[in-house]
Design a protein. Structure first.
Length: 65
């Protein structure tokens, strides 16, 4: 669960959330994504970015007002 201050959803916070998601995806599925990207001639970083964005939808957010 991710706790956010509703008044602090600036670009820096959003970027940090995406970076956290990237690290989580890379730890969990990094080798599988890299293998798939290599086999299909896809940019690994671009694929990681897309998967990280999808991963954000699986988070439970709690907004403090």
């Amino acid at each position: 669960m991710i706790y956010l201050n509703y008044s602090n959803l600036n670009e820096e916070t959003q970027t940090q959330l995406l970076e956290n998601s990237k690290m989580e995806i890379q730890e969990r599925f990094g080798d599988d994504i890299r293998n798939y990207a290599d086999e299909n001639h896809i940019d690994f970083d671009k694929m990681l970015e897309e998967e990280a964005q999808r991963n954000l939808y699986s988070y439970d957010f709690v907004f403090n007002m």
